[in-house]
Design a protein around this ligand. Structure first.
Ligand code: GLC
Length: 754
């Protein structure tokens, strides 16, 4: 095989929005998206179609550049790009000239056949974070990864690849930050100095363009804001989807579903969501109901609704080959399925047996798929769980010959799941009118946050998997995915009662809080673990419901800025070695205020690294100085959760579901600090898209320690809060004689008399 290394340039010119640089080996196009985002697209054979499944922004129409003997020079207010002419190399610097990321001088971008790889200089202290759902350590230096969406049955803490492709990483070195997003859906590769004697990092794909976006903002939060500006941010999720979710493969009948729901209500364990896994269908045919076991789905839905439960049903892409089955007949009649190159429909085996697979890359197929959800939405289902969309078929490797219209499997496999989630989201949005659907997907590509939440597939009921799951969630958070979850308890195997309790307590602080288990495993509902454990699980679920005003405001922050809910400490403390120490790498902030330290179920105390600042243990109000490692108790009743001093956390009293009105009291918890602090409180109806046209309730809440007052800004938005009163709850204020503890929501200033 011939290896081609990009050589000297032959010329360059501005063409529309791009600066086009010609070299003997191919051509490179440079586009500017913002002062901190520059796109480089290097093609062996340039073709004009320029589509992306991820990017929703357009480049600026025009920009300045100049040249010297050695370089083409492009400057933005934040970045300097120096394009070395002979040979062609791309080097990025800060505006004041500090190197951020440079091509390896020897190799730069190379081809072997259609495979394109770029080799980059590796800085001595360089660390890497990101790539979404990838096993291994928080610091990815010394690791190598492949993106090829896979039904990763029985995955281990080392398996790669898993289900999703997020080819975005952040580099950290010399006190500087940068990001790089390779927007190429072919099988792709990232090596962070694992195999190069610490000389280089490298990335690339089996084919297609070396099409990457370079982000030069300083600070990880700014990089996340830029990445999610480019690829989109999530809409507000339905509030009910943030409540407790109970799932199982499968509740086998409507009677069982109702029985589970009733038990939650009888035992007063709060919950909002119950799931139907594949067995609700007739022979696993999508958009059908089993005529025996789910004979009257509407009646079941009505009963669930009366109990304030939402139902989420699973949908897989495989359409059973069976004449007379509507989706099969329509798909055949309209050529909606993936084919072999000779036009025959591709057939693979999944749950229903022999199946065809919709070509979700076509708009009319997406519309057809979306419209079919009436079978579910008509009776009141508003949650849709997209599974098996890597796409999966028994035997794993769908032939590379399979085509989706003019695209073939190797080209777009990694984007199939996102296109299915998109079809589901867009279709159900239409059917539900102004109501927000909840969409969950297993396979995904960059940009999926615009359509769906994700979960990390078929994990296992072990402590190791619980900790790994947290790293996956934290890592997905820095690739745009704020709404994420894991199967709590572990999908496969049977967790010990201790692990179930511990994992559930961690689930309180996971964006999506879902208990799920494989067929044949022991039942997992909160009351299956003995009376004492049931009480702990219940108390933890109640804690989730208390925190919902805080969690919902954090989702709003994500909707606005791309900041995830579950935040690796590397976001704020990017150059703090202890954050990357494998003892502490699973720790994370949940929103602005809470630091969570996951602990195995077998350990009743643990070392926790508290970053600089002061911290309070949430359960005891014990105060700790930060910038140190502390050893704390971690009984199963009390997961180590710390609050950053100077935090404001709005909470509510316990409700049994998000549909309950509650007592109208918003508790404002404030943890003392010498510095003033601010919180953006956000509320809306939790159900509709009216917030997009101003129907929200937003206020800045500030605490000023010097004047001993709490300020509430005037209300933005037209929505009326469901809380009429504010109750102050102060922590770490010493002896406080509150003149008044309860305030009307209208209050602008609350004086604390201490
Ligand atoms: C897959 C999913 C799992 C689901 C099962 C049956 O394994 O990952 O969550 O329960 O299929 O539908």
């Amino acid at each position: 095989m011939e290896t081609t290394i990009s050589g000297n340039i032959q010329g360059f010119k501005q063409q529309g929005e791009a600066l086009v640089i010609k070299a003997a080996e191919g051509e490179a196009r440079v586009y500017i998206y913002s002062p901190t985002i520059i796109r480089i697209c290097i093609s062996k054979n340039h073709h004009d179609a320029d589509t992306s499944f991820a990017v929703i922004q357009k480049p600026v129409p025009d920009f300045d550049f100049d040249e010297s003997a050695e370089f083409i020079r492009i400057n933005t207010s934040a970045l300097k790009l120096r394009i070395h002419k002979s040979p062609l190399r791309f080097n990025f610097y800060t505006a004041d000239g500090k190197p951020l990321s440079e091509d390896d001088e020897r190799f730069g971008t190379t081809w072997q056949g259609s495979r394109v790889i770029t080799y980059r200089k590796l800085y001595p202290d360089e660390r890497f974070i990101g790539l979404g759902e990838k096993t291994g350590n928080l610091d990815r230096r010394g690791s190598s990864y492949t993106n090829w969406n896979t039904d990763a049955v029985d995955y281990t803490p080392k398996t790669d690849p898993l289900y999703k492709t997020f080819p975005f990483f952040i580099g950290l070195h010399s006190g500087l930050t940068y990001g790089l997003f390779l927007d190429n859906t072919h099988k792709s590769y990232f090596d962070f100095g694992a195999t190069t004697d610490n000389q280089m990092s490298w990335f690339g794909a089996d084919s297609g363009d070396q099409n990457y976006y370079f982000f030069g903002a300083q600070g990880v939060p700014q990089l996340l804001a830029d990445y999610t500006w480019l690829t989109g941010r999530m809409e507000m999720p339905p509030l009910w989807s943030l409540g407790y979710q109970q799932c199982r493969w499968s509740y086998m009948s409507a009677a069982e579903v109702l029985d589970i729901a009733k038990t939650f209500r009888k035992k007063q364990i709060p919950a909002d969501v119950i799931y139907c896994d594949i067995d609700y269908m007739e022979g696993f045919k999508i958009f059908t109901w089993n005529k025996k076991t789910f004979a009257k789905p509407k009646a079941m839905m009505d009963e669930l609704k009366a109990m304030n439960f939402h139902l989420v049903t699973i949908v897989d892409p495989g359409i059973k080959i069976e004449e007379g089955y509507q989706q099969y007949d329509e798909g055949i009649a309209n050529n909606y399925f993936a084919t072999y190159p000779n036009g025959e429909n591709y057939t693979g085996y999944v749950w229903p047996g022999r199946c065809h697979f919709p070509n979700f890359f076509r708009e009319d197929v997406r519309e057809w798929w979306g419209a079919a959800f009436t079978a579910l939405t008509d009776i009141g289902v508003d949650g849709f769980w997209n599974d098996m969309n890597e796409p999966a078929a028994w035997g794993q490797n769908m032939p590379w010959l399979v085509q989706f219209g003019d695209k073939d499997m190797p080209e777009v496999r990694n984007a199939y799941g996102t296109q299915m989630a998109r079809a589901t989201y867009e279709g159900t949005c239409k059917l539900l009118g102004n109501k927000r659907p909840f969409v969950l997907t297993r396979a995904a590509y960059a940009g999926t946050q615009r359509y769906s939440a994700v979960w990390t597939g078929d994990n296992t009921g072990t402590d190791e998997h619980m900790l790994l799951g947290q790293r996956l969630v934290n890592s997905l958070g820095i690739t745009g995915m704020a709404f994420t979850g894991v199967d709590i308890g572990g999908f496969s195997g049977n967790p010990t009662p201790e692990l179930m309790v511990r994992w559930n307590s961690l689930g309180v602080y996971t964006p999506m809080f879902r208990n799920h288990a494989i067929q044949g495993s022991k039942m997992r509902e909160p009351w299956k673990w003995g009376e004492a454990n049931e009480q702990i699980i219940k108390k933890d679920i109640e804690q989730r419901y208390k925190l919902l005003p805080y969690i919902y405001s954090a989702f709003y922050q994500s909707h606005l800025t791309g900041m995830p809910l579950s935040r690796t400490l590397a976001i704020e403390h990017s150059f703090d070695d202890l954050v990357f120490d494998t003892r502490f790498q699973n720790q994370f902030m949940f929103g602005d205020a809470l630091l969570i330290a996951p602990v195995e179920s077998t350990r009743m105390n643990t070392d926790v690294y508290l970053p600089p600042g002061s911290w309070y243990r949430l359960s005891t109000n014990e105060k700790f100085n930060g910038d140190q490692i502390v050893n704390v108790d971690a009984p199963l009743t009390d997961l180590p959760v710390f609050v950053k001093a100077g935090s404001i956390v709005p909470m509510q009293h316990i409700v049994q579901s998000t549909a309950e009105q509650g007592d109208g009291i918003l508790e404002l918890h404030i943890w003392h600090n010498e510095e003033p602090c601010l919180f953006t409180y956000y509320e809306d109806d939790g159900l509709s898209y009216d917030y997009q046209t101003g129907a929200f309730y937003k206020r800045e809440i500030g605490f000023e320690p010097i004047n001993r007052v709490i300020h509430l800004s005037s209300v933005e938005g037209t929505f009326s809060s469901k809380y009429g009163k504010i109750q102050l709850v102060l922590h770490g204020f010493g002896k406080v004689n509150l003149k008044q503890e309860m305030f009307d929501l209208e209050n602008g200033v609350m004086e604390i008399g201490y």
